[in-house]
Design a binder for this molecule. Structure first.
Ligand code: ADP
Ligand code: MG
Length: 300
């Protein structure tokens, strides 16, 4: 199958809300005058970011979900994405499954595929996602203030426990497998936080590493209380505090905001847990467990 036939059959979704989409040298999209463009890129490599035997549907889901998660962390609304696909061979079953799963998630979040590139090589998927923000808005890593509370969405460590069980060739409970393969992008929460949070990040490399970016860029310190971290029963039972602190692949949001903002109506529908406080004293202190033996989560 020729490259252009692949693109036409699997990635030309005929969207109507763009000026020029798949099929020309570039895509053209229209911008509203009162909005800023928000841009992010993530690459997933087979054998590095997902096990080689991962189903095409899950690869597609995660490739787009991790980019949506970055947009969520900025408080942005997803709009368009392009897809850089490197494949070792043309496998129509794989492509059909990949494309269907990608379209399902894209439709759910209202993001439109506007172009890409298709090449031969070791399997890797690069997605470049674009979103919009009203001018003068956006959740940065640099805004945390002394006295702010530190908060996270949902649970931490489920994906890391799934990965650990997979590597030990143990059975992985479905809930954990879902957390690993199909993290729900927290886009709606990001929008709700846009006018409330002082800083925000999505947790991809583990809470400690990612929150470290917030305190560094905000030039503050922090105390995090281990016994306040939201953990599933499985992660609690695993008794390995590194799973939730350094595990990675959570794709939950972690943000700071004034303590008083906890009761804001916009947040009522989300699972929000306060895990610590921003301090004047520099550095990140974890109270209640020893983090010395936690290996930082690294892709390479
Ligand atoms: P060019 O040679 O000008 O870069 P390509 O032959 O790479 O063009 O791509 C042709 C058209 O198909 C372009 O509009 C490009 O954006 C689109 N395209 C290529 N690969 C993909 C893909 N995997 N998903 C979506 N669109 C794609
Ligand atoms: Mg090209």
């Amino acid at each position: 199958m020729h490259e252009f036939e692949i693109i036409d059959k699997y990635f030309n979704w005929q969207n109507t809300d763009i000026i020029v989409g798949v099929g020309d040298d570039c895509a053209i999209v229209a911008l509203e005058p009162q909005q800023n463009l928000v841009s992010t890129t993530d690459t997933l490599i087979s054998g590095v970011h997902f096990p080689e035997n991962t189903k095409a549907a899950n690869i597609a889901y995660k490739s787009l979900a991790v980019n949506l998660s970055d947009l969520a962390a900025m408080g942005a609304t997803p709009k368009w994405f392009s897809l850089g696909l490197m494949l070792p061979e043309v496998d129509q079953n794989w492509l059909a499954e990949f494309s269907a799963s990608l379209k399902l998630l894209a439709d759910e979040f209202g993001i439109t595929l506007i172009g890409g590139d298709t090449t031969k090589g070791n399997m890797s998927i690069t997605i470049h996602a674009l979103g919009v923000l009203p001018k003068n808005s956006g959740l940065l890593r640099s805004g945390a203030k002394v006295g702010d509370g530190i908060f996270v969405s949902n649970n931490l460590g489920d994906a890391a426990l799934a990965w650990q069980l997979m590597q030990n060739k143990q059975t992985v409970p479905t809930a954990l497998l879902n957390a690993f393969n199909r993290p729900t992008p927290q886009v709606k929460l990001g929008l709700a936080l846009r006018d409330i949070a002082t800083s925000c990040i999505d947790i991809s490399d583990g809470l400690l590493a990612d929150f470290g970016h917030i305190i560094k860029q905000s030039q503050v310190g922090a105390r995090i209380y281990f016994d306040q971290l939201p953990l599933s029963p499985q992660v609690k039972n695993a008794r390995d505090s590194c799973l939730s602190l350094a595990g990675g692949d959570d794709y939950q949001l972690c943000w700071t905001m004034p303590m008083s903002a906890q009761d804001t109506k916009q947040l009522a529908q989300y699972k929000v847990t306060k895990i610590g406080v921003i301090t004047q004293e520099m550095g990140l202190k974890v109270i209640g467990t020893n983090t010395k033996n936690c290996q930082p989560y690294r892709h390479f």
